[in-house]
Design a protein around this ligand. Structure first.
Ligand code: HEC
Ligand SMILES: [Cu+2]
Length: 335
């Protein structure tokens, strides 16, 4: 199965949910992204002005002092040495420009990454892994992956504060319409925050090269009304529904190495190396946004994840067809 992850992301439709499909930082829909767009425009304007002045002077000089018929080839132009005015001007002006650029950038960076979360706000912990995102809601005891549900900002100015960490290498959290890139660095904690102004699904991706499947480390932020978010959170807090029909599949799953890498709450599966599968069916995509979460894709994934994400850190366990059927039917009961 070869699929373009971006195209797949664009195909995923959630009924009744607006998809913000433009990953365009010039169309911000949250405060940090809007502030960043403004400095981006200011920086572009200043650098465009420098370009026009320098380019214009060069063009003028080339044209004005071009060689003309009858020029005296031996005569040199006037040589100017040690003009204090010129030296001061071309030292001081660039320094002023650089300080203005540093100043405005630092102010916005500080307002995004130093914002200390008010206790009442939703707090998230996102941990980068090769090549997926672990997403935790410490206030709710929820653990999920790759798809981040948050409330829209609304009249109460709700915001979501995100603590960013990494398990392995450097990654970068980037949802262009919500906030600029913030790195997830091993042995360090970074913060960012988002306050989506409109409900819908915002797409983003890892923005720091982190290994072979870096390009397939996508993320989806699902911004919902307070009520919808509350319902989602309540469903995530539910224990797994014991379904007698998949008891066989559960037994097979628990007899395999799956349990060393995956958590299914309330069962012997307590491995933390891969995504938490407790509510796998509540996610629209699998494996950080690569295939859509359909029974066929799930089966192909469990059969041989390397076909979908070559180099991925989940091995094929070479299950027989009946085992595959049973394991997949168990996974499909995890809603
Ligand atoms: C060596 C550890 C390891 C083992 C063993 C393992 N997995 Fe995984 N699994 C992972 C990792 C890592 C990922 C995330 C891959 C990615 O997106 O890059 C993953 C992803 C998944 C996903 C997609 C989850 C999501 O939220 O998108 C499913 C489903 C899954 N594994 C099921 C299984 C099953 C079933 C087994 C046993 C047959 C199994 N895994 C065995 C490490 C493992
Ligand atoms: Cu990454």
């Amino acid at each position: 199965m070869s699929m373009n992850p971006v195209l797949v992301l664009l195909q995923v439709q959630v009924p009744g949910v607006v998809e913000h499909r433009v990953t365009n930082m010039f169309e911000p829909l949250a405060s940090p992204a809007a502030a960043e767009k403004n400095i981006a425009l200011l920086v572009l304007a200043i650098t465009a002005a420098i370009f026009v002045v320098v380019g214009g002077l060069i063009a003028y000089t080339i044209w004005r002092f071009r060689r003309r018929p009858g020029d005296d080839e031996r005569q040199e132009p006037a040589q100017v040495y040690g003009s204090n005015q010129i030296e001061v001007a071309w030292t001081v002006i660039p320094i002023l420009i650089v300080f203005v650029l540093i100043g405005v950038s630092a102010r916005v960076i500080a307002s995004v990454s130093n914002a200390s979360p008010p206790k009442s706000m939703l707090q998230l912990r996102i941990v980068g892994h090769q090549w997926w995102w672990q997403v935790e809601y410490p206030q709710f005891g929820i653990v999920t992956a790759n798809e981040i549900h948050v409330p829209v900002t609304g009249e109460r100015n709700v915001a979501t504060y995100i603590r960013l960490e990494s398990m392995d290498v450097a990654h970068s959290f980037w949802v262009p319409q919500l906030a600029g890139k913030t790195d997830l660095i091993p042995n360090r904690v970074n913060y960012t925050w988002i306050d989506p102004h409109e409900p819908g699904v915002y797409v983003g991706n890892c923005a720091e090269y982190c290994g072979t499947q870096h390009a397939r480390m996508l993320l989806r932020v699902v911004a919902q009304s307070r009520d919808d978010f509350g319902r989602w959170a309540a469903a995530q807090q539910q224990p797994v529904f014991e379904n007698a029909q998949v008891a066989q599949g559960k037994a097979v799953f628990e007899s395999l190495a799956c349990v060393n890498c995956h958590v299914v709450k309330g069962t012997p599966a307590q491995g933390k190396f891969g995504p938490d599968l407790t509510h796998l069916m509540s996610r629209q995509t699998l494996a950080a946004g690569v295939p859509t979460n359909t029974p066929d894709h799930l089966r192909e994934w469990v059969d041989d994840p390397q076909k979908i994400k070559p180099g991925v850190l989940m091995p094929s366990l070479k299950l027989t067809n009946p085992e595959l059927d049973q394991v997949v039917s168990y996974l499909e009961s995890l809603n």
